[in-house]
Design a protein around this ligand. Structure first.
Ligand code: 13P
Length: 338
């Protein structure tokens, strides 16, 4: 086992800290910018990412940042490459390496994540650009009416995740393995539990078959939660109970850390649920941290609004939320206001 992978994985889930997912693809960041009425250009994207990375003190809460292909090649206004800028602050640069979830042929409503062709070479390039870890996101949708997910979709995605993870470890990069069971729809938390359980079981079967060293990777899953439009919305306590119960059945103890995605939870809910999970974790063998995108950026994005005069306000909003998420990661989140 390559000890350096284990060390990096452990540092990414150091106390109080977790990961900022700033790896929105060009299509996704356009949607985020559309929501605040800002045109998505290379210039606005660089300005926005720079304000997050330059937020003073963000390194107290952020151990690593996931970058997108465009961003890892960009620099600060002063000409320092983003990966170098982050490393000098003690923040690990990472990179999204999948090419997106694409329709799974002959399986309507399901997707398989692409990007394995040429991945070995791309990983070498990203490593040379400064990346020390990588991310690949698989997407599992639930729709009871359509009888999805199918076992085939789960297996195809688990297989691709494991091939990606093996290539990362071969290249000396820590893989973040992200099988996301979506919150979209009307399904209950119990359906989410069953689908998440089956998905994680298949993912670990494939990771083992591909000889991936579990101590040198991180798992980035969804929480076990009611769908966005489910009739019954359960609270943080039950989400924490069911999430931990699901992971106790499926996630091997060698995994150093579980870094949750926020997946459409509000900033506040993502703090409440992560905090409750950490309160209830008992003797759980893994660190339970975060790799949030929207739940770290939503307020900052609105505060910025695309205007340079709002950069300080946006950085303050980002830091306040990062501090709250950092507290939640220790089970110590206290909501402010109503
Ligand atoms: P969210 O926290 O917004 O779900 O994003 C995390 C991520 O990286 C999804 O791939």
């Amino acid at each position: 086992m390559d000890d350096s992978l284990t060390r990096i994985a452990q540092m990414l889930v150091a106390p109080h800290k977790g990961i900022l997912a700033a790896d929105e693809s060009t299509g996704t960041i356009k949607k985020r910018f559309d929501s605040i009425g800002v045109a998505s250009t290379e210039e606005t994207r660089q300005a926005y990412r720079q304000l997050l990375f330059q937020a003073p003190g963000m390194e107290q809460y952020v151990s690593g940042v996931i970058l997108y292909d465009e961003t890892i090649r960009e620099t600060t206004d002063a000409g320092v490459p983003f990966p170098k800028f982050l490393s000098e602050k003690g923040v690990f640069p990472g990179i999204k390496v999948d090419m997106g979830a694409k329709p799974l042929a002959l399986f309507p409503g399901e997707t398989v994540t692409e990007g394995l062709d040429g991945l070995r070479e791309r990983l070498q390039e990203y490593k040379a650009l400064g990346a020390v870890f990588a991310k690949w996101r698989a997407v599992i949708a639930i729709d009871d009416q359509k009888h999805i997910p199918t076992d085939f979709c789960i297996e195809a995605n688990a297989h691709a995740l494991a091939r990606y993870a093996a290539l990362c470890q071969e290249a000396g990069l820590v893989p973040i393995v992200e099988p996301e069971v979506l919150m979209d729809g009307t399904h209950s938390i119990d359906v989410c539990f069953e689908v998440t359980k089956k998905t994680l079981q298949r993912v670990f079967v494939q990771l083992n078959a591909h000889r991936v060293q579990l101590g040198g990777m991180l798992l980035k899953p969804n929480m076990v939660i009611s769908a966005k439009n489910a009739a019954i919305q359960v609270g943080a306590e039950e989400i924490a109970q069911k999430t931990l119960a699901c992971f106790r059945e499926t996630v091997p103890a060698e995994i150093p850390g579980i870094v949750f995605l926020s997946g459409g939870q509000s900033e506040r809910q993502a703090c409440e649920t992560l905090s409750e999970i950490n309160k209830q974790k008992g003797g759980a063998p893994w660190e339970l941290s975060f790799s949030y995108g929207r739940a770290l950026q939503a307020s900052a994005l609105v505060a910025w609004g695309g205007k340079s005069e709002n950069i300080s306000a946006a950085q303050e909003a980002f830091l306040a939320q990062a501090c709250a998420v950092g507290a939640a990661r220790e089970g110590a989140y206290v909501a402010i206001g109503s």
